[in-house]
Design a protein around this ligand. Structure first.
Ligand code: SF4
Length: 297
């Protein structure tokens, strides 16, 4: 089966009952199979949600870098970020303990300063930009596809590599080995290009107190054939386990109910007192909107 680069093909595969897994869906299945069922089998998302400032901030930074890499137009890139992020900007809050006004973190001003520091640090970097935000999928084993949206595929004298931008307050907590997401990107990049590819984490930290220069960090990494074989075998085993749950029509609760320090969005369903209220609650609280592995959102 050839490599798939057309998002519509992925939707067609799904419509024909062929499973396509990406890091987001696999992460759900590892965190909690019941959550995987709600998010990826039923497509449930909360109908009304609070703005997730950090998520929107990262999305807008990503989109801006997608524009900036091939153009190097700083001013237009900053205007794009300001326009996109303004509706999602965090507002100052009042401390319930002291009554003092607390500055917001995720602001247009901070984002523009961070991007400006990024542009200044990396503007003179030379590379060949081979792919920019490319969605791609490939058959892992027969009938099972993995997909991902690779931020950048670049070539420099050191070789071919993919670069993944991460925007986070927890910039020191990212692990590159093992990393099912990055191992998947290496698999996809090598299938796409037919060449050996290493990886690079492009960290863009978020902090109100650190200076901007310390918030930017790049970290190269790679995996051996043995490490990749372990990733592949583990992923296949994880996907087989999902088939077992699907066959039994029972998706166990794993009770990791505060992923990323926020309540899991399915907490109302998992804390229901009576099963007969389940379907009504689903109809009241949730909308069906299936995850698109190729979406930048
Ligand atoms: S609320 Fe807890 S048990 Fe329920 S789906 Fe989420 S993580 Fe799983």
């Amino acid at each position: 089966m050839p490599l798939i680069e057309d998002p519509k093909t992925i939707m067609d595969l799904r419509a024909n009952g062929i499973r396509v897994y990406d890091y987001s869906s696999i992460a759900w299945s590892i965190n909690c199979p019941r959550g995987f069922k709600y998010r990826h089998e039923m497509g449930l998302t909360l109908t009304s949600t609070e703005i997730n400032h950090s998520l929107e901030f990262g999305r807008c930074i990503h989109k801006t870098l997608q524009f900036w890499y091939p153009t190097r137009k700083d001013d237009e890139a900053l205007l794009m970020f300001a326009r996109d992020f303004k509706p999602f900007e965090e507002q100052p809050t009042m401390s319930p303990k002291t009554g003092k006004i607390l500055d917001a973190t995720y602001t247009v001003r901070f984002g523009c300063s961070l991007l400006d520091a990024y542009f200044t640090r990396y503007r003179d970097e030379s590379f060949e930009l081979i792919q920019n935000e490319i969605p791609v999928a490939e058959e892992l084993v027969e009938g099972v596809y993995v997909s991902g949206r690779i931020d950048k595929i670049l070539r420099q004298p050191k070789g071919l590599f993919f670069r993944d931008h991460k925007t986070s307050k927890y910039m020191d907590k990212y692990t590159t080995n093992p990393s099912p997401q990055f191992m998947g990107y290496k698999f996809l990049t090598e299938k796409l290009t037919g060449q050996h590819a290493s990886g690079e984490l492009d960290m863009i930290g978020v902090s109100k107190t650190k200076d901007l220069a310390s918030l930017l960090r790049r970290e190269p990494f790679d995996y051996t054939p043995y490490q990749m074989s372990q990733w592949k075998a583990s992923l296949v085993a994880q996907i087989k386990q999902l088939e077992v749950y699907r066959e039994a029509n029972f998706w166990p609760q794993f009770w990791n109910c505060k992923p990323f320090f926020r309540d899991c969005m399915y907490l109302p369903l998992c804390t229901l007192a009576r099963g007969e209220e389940h379907d009504g609650l689903v109809a009241n609280l949730y909308t069906i909107h299936f995850w698109d592995p190729f979406s930048i959102d």
